[in-house]
Ligand binder design. Sequence first.
Ligand code: ZN
Length: 160
Amino acid sequence: MKIEDKNVVSIKYVLTDSENNVIDKSEDGKFSFLIGAQNIIPGLENALMSKAVGDKFDVSIPPAEAYGEYNKDLVHKVPRTQFPADVEIEVGMQFQGQTADGQMTIVKVAEVADDHIFVDNNHPLAGVQLNFAVEVTNIREATDTEIEHGHVHGEGGHHH
Ligand code: ZN
């Protein structure tokens, strides 16, 4: 069986950046996702198509096919008064915020000025090239319910 749309695929992987730092890994072979449901980044999904169980490969994914290019317009200047007065704000701290349309979001402190804080709404991996070492451990057909829900059920997936 070769990976195609609407398959449930399980892999082992190690994810590194361009300096060979390990960003993330899953080595029990149970990381599972539904192909064609935006469960994983497009670049990794494309690289998996037509692979079979036992296939091992390395793939480098540019930001555009991963978490997007770094966008300077997503750095915003916020008055210091919008942050808790009793907390010392430092670069790298993360806060929960709200976008204009009411969505919850995590913002990261990019720069601290006297009366303003610059916060960064970019995904932490925006602008980063992602290098995956992958081994395919399982492939199966998705159930109708999984396709309807857009995610995997059972082992390595949702339980509900
Ligand atoms: Zn479900």
